[in-house]
Design a protein around this ligand. Structure first.
Ligand SMILES: Nc1nc2c(ncn2[C@@H]2O[C@H](COP(=O)(O)OP(=O)(O)OP(=O)(O)O)[C@@H](O)[C@H]2O)c(=O)[nH]1
Ligand SMILES: [Mg+2]
Length: 299
């Protein structure tokens, strides 16, 4: 018999859940060895579920990188919470609950712990940011002291910024990946469209180039994405909530918006594998974070 036929293909949908800033997007990117989901030091960077696909000859993992579980005051925060919890139900084979070892375990951690422990799906605890934790055993013990129900859950410890985390994670997750189909082609890294990725990559550059309340007040909408032989032509609206924020994003004599455009173009050209031209329109859309119609239509 052909030995190739003996290989049982395995697959799993794995949701990455946890507090904002716990390292979910970073871990997914490290395993995939690609920047699929934007990861920054800003809590609440991820606003919607982003799938990342890891495929080898023997298996496929479909990651669902979710928004950080938190309670905020805006409709946007409610939608983010719904989005995150929607990944903790049917269709997901394993929840990886990321715990940031560099932070204290407060109210947000309680919400996460109860969301994942009530999910009725296998859970693996991923203690992340080991590089920032002087005594991992003590910190993990303080986590279990606060959440004794989770003490028997399988766990792994890693530092998602370290390339070795990919292998550590895959070894730990392996027992949860059972015989199953190949859901996506071998060369698919995500099911997100170029439009979605472009909006996310532009928002990342805005996050990196602004501070305080501005990154949270920004929404990037792709008005048009044209794939032409000479290159990709993208027009995007950058929504902010106030005239002051618009002034900050544009910067003195347009310096900041020009830099955001340059930085975005560099990343988008890598993504598209060809030239990209970008046109931005900065718009004031007051209270968009509480405007359900806007949030629905602009997704
Ligand atoms: N030192 C260190 N930094 C890390 C580690 N993992 C993630 N980070 C950093 O933590 C920050 C947050 O990482 P993200 O991957 O964006 O976190 P997230 O959980 O996706 O956050 P949200 O999308 O806001 O929910 C980034 O600045 C990362 O570089 C780690 O193991 N060690
Ligand atoms: Mg994220």
């Amino acid at each position: 018999m052909d030995s190739q036929n003996d290989i049982v293909f395995r697959s799993a949908f794995i949701a990455l859940a946890g507090r904002p800033n716990s390292g979910k997007s970073t871990l997914m990117n490290t395993v995939l060895q690609e920047q699929i989901s934007i990861a920054t030091s800003l809590p609440q960077t991820t606003r919607r579920n982003i799938r990342g696909i890891y495929t080898t000859e023997e298996m496929q993992i479909v990651f669902i990188d979710t928004p950080g579980i938190h309670k905020g005051k805006h409709t946007l925060n409610e939608i983010m919470l719904q989005e995150a919890t929607s990944a903790l139900g049917t269709g997901t084979d394993l929840i990886c609950y990321l715990i940031d070892l560099s932070r204290d375990f407060g109210k947000e951690e309680c919400i996460c712990a109860s969301a994942v422990s009530g999910a009725n799906i296998p859970v693996m605890l991923v203690f992340n940011k080991t590089d920032l934790c002087p005594d991992i055993d003590i910190k993990a013990a303080s986590f279990f002291a606060k959440f004794p129900d989770l003490i028997n859950f399988p766990q792994v410890r890693l530092s998602a910024v370290d390339p070795r985390a990919g292998e550590i994670f895959l070894n730990a997750a392996s027992p949860f990946i059972h015989e199953g189909p190949k859901y996506f082609d071998d060369d698919s890294l995500t099911d997100a469209t170029l439009r979605t990725l472009a909006a996310e990559f532009i928002r990342k550059q805005i996050i990196l180039n602004t501070r305080q309340e501005v990154p949270h007040a920004v929404f990037v909408e792709i008005d048009s994405y044209k794939e032409e032989a000479s290159g990709h032509k993208i027009e995007a609206s950058i929504h902010v909530e106030t005239i002051g924020q618009k002034g900050i994003i544009i910067g003195s004599r347009g310096h900041l918006i020009d830099k955001i455009k340059r930085d975005s173009r560099r990343e988008l050209e890598l993504l598209a594998g060809m030239r990209v031209s970008l046109k931005f329109h900065v718009k004031v859309t007051p209270n968009w974070r509480d405007n359900s119609a806007f949030l629905r239509s602009a997704r």
